[in-house]
Design a binder for this molecule. Structure first.
Ligand code: ZN
Ligand code: ZN
Length: 252
């Protein structure tokens, strides 16, 4: 297949626009849908599962959406850079699903998520050093009570730190492009679920396998208390590093 030269200014612009439409569309679709279901259509059904009883600050969603759009633009540029790196042969992205065997498809997803978890946990700890926090991470914590729209609400410096991970990983870890799309979708769902401020996982799950997965209860504590629960998808680093905290009744 003859592909155009993606390094031309025209293609760089076009690819970035296409990625921006996809990434913002996905953000509004998933965050919006969760907001409608949990806060507009059936709020009474989930009242018992709501974590913070206080109301959202006026203008919070607007601010979160503004920062999320900037983050989405950074993710779009990272997407364009990834495509260029791929065309120039610098990535390990592949297109034939059986190239490494079908068994490798889920394995690559697991490896990516474990490495992403490790990367995020440690830069998140670093971002909580007071002088770094003020510049890089405060924007995210301005949402004292998280909402579905907090999902991508980051200062551009933090957005950048998050955006570079995928292209860097793809230069060393072979991944089929379907798995990359799946991973990005999981990432968006996970961020919206963790910032929903309503615990959606059933209790029996939370007590078994679910204790290894971050949910709204786990992450809402981080937004309030700062010194616990730094994880992204999984809780293992918080358990290993003893930074896992539980929500106390009085914290509500
Ligand atoms: Zn958060
Ligand atoms: Zn934080």
């Amino acid at each position: 297949m003859n592909l155009p030269d993606f390094t031309s200014a025209y293609w760089i612009f076009l690819l970035t626009v296409i990625f921006f439409i996809i990434i913002t569309g996905r953000y509004f679709l998933i965050a919006g849908l969760f907001y409608l279901i949990f806060y507009t259509w059936f709020p009474s059904k989930f009242e018992a599962r709501k974590i913070n009883k206080k109301k959202y600050k006026k203008g919070q969603f607007k601010k979160e959406i503004k920062w999320s759009l900037i983050t989405s633009l950074l993710f779009s540029v990272a997407g364009t850079i990834t495509v260029i790196l791929w065309q120039k042969g610098y990535t390990k992205v592949y297109t034939k699903p059986d190239l490494y065997g079908f068994w490798y498809l889920p394995i690559s997803l697991i490896i990516f998520m474990l490495l992403h978890e490790t990367y995020y946990y440690w830069i998140h700890r670093w971002m909580h050093i007071p002088r770094v926090y003020k510049i890089v991470h405060k924007v995210h914590h301005d949402s004292k009570i998280a909402s579905p729209f907090t999902a991508f609400s980051f200062h551009p410096f933090e957005g950048l730190l998050q955006a570079i991970f995928l292209p860097l990983m793809l230069m060393i870890l072979p991944m089929h492009y379907y798995i990359i799309i799946l991973q990005l979708t999981i990432m968006t769902f996970s961020s919206v679920i963790n910032h929903l401020d309503i615990e959606i996982y059933p209790k029996p799950l939370k007590k078994s396998f679910g204790k290894w997965i971050i949910g709204a209860t786990h992450h809402s504590l981080h937004h309030k208390q700062f010194k616990y629960n730094y994880g992204l998808y999984f809780t293992f680093w918080d358990k290993i590093e003893k930074t896992e905290g539980e929500l106390m009744a009085g914290d509500r």
